[in-house]
Design a protein around this ligand. Sequence first.
Ligand SMILES: Cc1cc2nc3c(=O)[nH]c(=O)nc-3n(C[C@H](O)[C@H](O)[C@H](O)COP(=O)(O)O)c2cc1C
Length: 218
Amino acid sequence: MAVANSKKPVVKAAATSNRLVVGVSGASGVAYGIRLLEALRDLGIESHLVMSKPAEMTIGYETKLTPRQVAAKADHKYGIADIGAPIASGSFKTGGMIIAPCSVRTMSEIATGVTTSLLTRAADVTLKERRPLILMVRETPLHLGHLRSLVQLAEMGAIILPPMPAFYAEPKTLEDLVDQMVGKALDLLGHSWPDMKRWGEDLSNGARRSSKKSNEKP
Ligand SMILES: Cc1cc2nc3c(=O)[nH]c(=O)nc-3n(C[C@H](O)[C@H](O)[C@H](O)COP(=O)(O)O)c2cc1C
């Protein structure tokens, strides 16, 4: 670890499960990461954000926000090269990390362990500390090398959560699609976000197809 810098703000201790690391890489779908930061704020969970440079570019292409405005949604934000940041060390306790979205490049770095940035270092730390790491990998189609990396990551304990829309949730807008995926990621960490719709609760069982039995899934 880097020598402590007295000018750096000290992050006060939070309950482990009440602190999450959010990584945003340069894949399409930066809206997932942005909405995740908003959800964590709703839930009172302390967010620690790191974004890659391509993520900042993609924010420019895909949203009306600036990277600075996105960063302002996080409780703590670190530079991509700041490998002395708290989230670069396993001794800094967190409840896990979500990379939303996760590019093939970032996924591949994590799969090999050859990490070159704070984003992939923080993911590596999450795995080595046996904390949940959720990767919202976004690319299509996938070649065999991509698929092999995904298998390797799953074997290492990562949770692979490609952002795939759930049409049974009857999304009306892009925001609905994004919220459903963000809710799914948070569910995997044991956090219930009210903006997610649940089969059998907010969504009635088989209501749209009268021929279905009430306990059948779509
Ligand atoms: C608008 C835009 C969309 C992109 N979408 C994807 C994508 O969906 N998946 C992906 O793996 N790379 C995508 N890329 C390419 C990555 O940004 C590029 O591979 C970059 O090196 C990833 O670096 P990072 O993982 O450090 O963010 C996209 C790039 C741009 C500019």
